[in-house]
Design a protein around this ligand. Structure first.
Ligand SMILES: *[C@@H]1O[C@H](CO)[C@@H](O)[C@H](O)[C@H]1NC(C)=O
Length: 330
């Protein structure tokens, strides 16, 4: 063999071997600096910073080995660094659970149930119909419930009233409080938010902007009203028909596990439970590569996931997806 060719082959195989080896310190440092820049995080002390870096490194190794499985076609989703990559699994779980959804003692008198005589769309993505606003970020406030609620109200405003609006989570956090089983930044539920809006209406994001903490209720302006709200029967046929017929739907899921470092693809999370703790918004559904999925809008900013969204396996009752699904009635 020609010596130049041998050199080339050994150079290439060397590169491949290097790529397959564990991350170098330089790579870790570079990822860490990008993480700090993008998340604007800073730590109390150098000790805390080095503890966070050690956790980050461990997560980075999990991400690398998971993505190697993805390249081999063994898993259906990719992982990446997110704003939660400096947390241990336990800390992330605490973060989600601290902000947990509250259960309401009563159900809505309106129950949405699949009508088997109706045919539903094979796939739908309400983002293509102007029914979904930009991805928001709840930050360090346990207000997922308010983002989930504004999401389905924004959908109905656009689809039913023909009025695209961006609605105020802060209005709900400050005003739809304990009598609706809502606790500001310490959790809440979407139906309580809907009930409040059925009495008082809701203001726009612009007029009543997000603070990331609970403040005094101010009755400013109401730009959107609803009559009532409906709960969806606890099965995915009903949820699918509701998404197809009505628009974006508020749901609760267990978000404690694989969402921490989720990047893209169809999430099949073997470890999530049926204990819902995080309010989000289904904005559509579809199928890809033999897997059915839901398209879900999160409130963790657009640095996370598929530009703020994730896709979750459909028709497996994944992560308690059917247990807290509801929508506003205009
Ligand atoms: C479905 O169609 C059948 C036959 O027409 C009818 O008897 C039934 O009431 C329909 N079901 C619903 C939920 O509309």
């Amino acid at each position: 063999m020609n010596p130049q060719l041998i050199l080339l082959i050994s150079l290439i195989s060397c590169l491949i071997v290097t790529a397959c080896q564990a991350l170098t310190d330089d790579e870790i440092t570079s990822e860490w600096n990008t993480f700090l820049e993008r998340t604007k995080k800073s730590y109390r002390s150098p000790v805390e910073a080095s503890r966070r870096l050690a956790i980050f490194k461990e997560n980075l190794e999990t991400i690398e080995s998971h993505n190697a499985l993805f390249e081999q076609g063994k898993v259906t989703y990719k992982m990446a660094v997110t704003q939660f990559t400096d947390l241990t699994k336990e800390e992330f779980s605490q973060y989600v659970n601290k902000f947990k959804l509250s259960q309401r003692p009563k159900q809505s008198e309106n129950i949405y149930k699949a009508n088997p005589n109706l045919t539903v769309a094979a796939e739908i993505d309400w983002r293509n119909y102007g029914a979904v606003t930009y991805v928001k970020n709840q930050g360090q406030c346990g207000s997922c419930w308010s983002f989930s609620a504004t999401g389905s109200m924004e959908g109905q405003s656009a689809l039913v009233n023909g009025q695209p609006l961006v609605l105020s989570e802060q209005n709900l956090i400050d005003c739809a409080t304990s009598q609706y089983e809502n606790y500001g930044c310490n959790g809440g539920n979407m139906d309580g938010a809907f009930e409040y809006v059925s009495y008082y209406g809701i203001d726009s994001e612009e007029d009543y902007p997000y603070l990331e903490y609970q403040s005094d209720c101010e009755q400013r302006e109401s730009v959107f009203r609803i009559r009532s709200y409906a709960d969806i029967e606890h099965n995915e046929q009903s949820l699918q028909q509701a998404v197809s017929e009505i628009g974006p739907i508020s749901i609760g899921i267990d978000a404690t596990n694989e969402l921490q470092n989720y990047a893209s693809g169809i999430l099949i999370d073997q470890t999530c439970s049926q204990q819902v703790n995080h309010g989000v918004l289904v904005v559509g559904y579809g199928s890809e590569g033999g897997y059915d999925y839901w398209i879900i809008k999160n409130s963790w900013g657009d640095y996370w996931g598929e530009s703020g969204y994730f896709r979750l396996i459909r028709n497996y009752n994944a992560c308690g997806i059917t247990l807290m699904a509801s929508y506003p009635i205009i």
